[in-house]
Design a protein around this ligand. Structure first.
Ligand code: AMP
Length: 179
């Protein structure tokens, strides 16, 4: 599981690690953006939350992750999920059913001032509709209020590795692999 605030580089690092470890990269943000782009019934429901920088309701994200996880190979890197303690509890219950578990959480630490810069520069490069000055603040607030408690939840349940997320992509990857 790769964990961190928006803009901490989770997606970038998860892709590299998935390739290296022969694991499936499962990113709820990417899955949800795919639903929005394909204009599915779920996509139509979630677009409003995403554009505001709010979390999509738990039951919608959980349905999506369940569908993909049950079909997944043995090794998975979860990126952007779970984002609430409720999602974490639901994930644990689901994994128990298939005799699997979360074995490691990689926490990418990046100071807030750098996060804002990164998100706004990603907005210019990738044109993500939720990477705007208006939503950045909401996404960070949501992270601190709803998602950060997930870290404490897992501290008691699996190995948690804290990695300094400031530096080049290669430097951060090397720190993750070294830790
Ligand atoms: P991300 O690409 O991970 O930054 O996710 C983009 C947006 O998708 C978030 O701001 C949320 O609106 C939504 N999202 C992604 N993952 C989740 C999740 N696990 N729970 C709720 N909303 C999510």
């Amino acid at each position: 599981m790769i964990f961190g605030p928006p803009g901490s580089g989770k997606g970038t690092q998860a892709k590299i690690l998935a390739q290296r470890w022969g694991a499936l990269h499962l990113a709820t943000g990417d899955l949800l953006r795919g639903e929005v782009a394909a204009q599915t019934p779920l996509g139509q429901k979630v677009a409003m939350y995403m554009n505001r920088g709010e979390l999509v309701p738990d039951e919608m994200t959980l349905g999506l992750i369940e569908k993909h996880l049950l079909r997944a190979p043995s090794k998975v890197i979860l990126d952007g999920f779970p984002r609430t303690v409720f999602q974490a509890q639901a994930l644990d219950a689901l994994l128990k059913k298939v005799d699997a578990k979360v074995d490691k959480l990689i926490f990418l630490k990046v100071p807030q001032s750098e996060l804002i810069q990164r998100i706004l520069s990603r907005a210019r490069q990738e044109g993500r509709s939720d990477d705007t000055p208006q939503t950045v603040e909401m996404r960070l607030k949501t992270y601190y209020e709803k998602t950060l408690p997930v870290l404490d939840y897992y501290r008691q349940r699996c190995t948690v590795v804290e990695v300094d997320g400031v530096g080049t992509i290669e430097e951060v990857t090397a720190r993750i692999l070294g830790g």
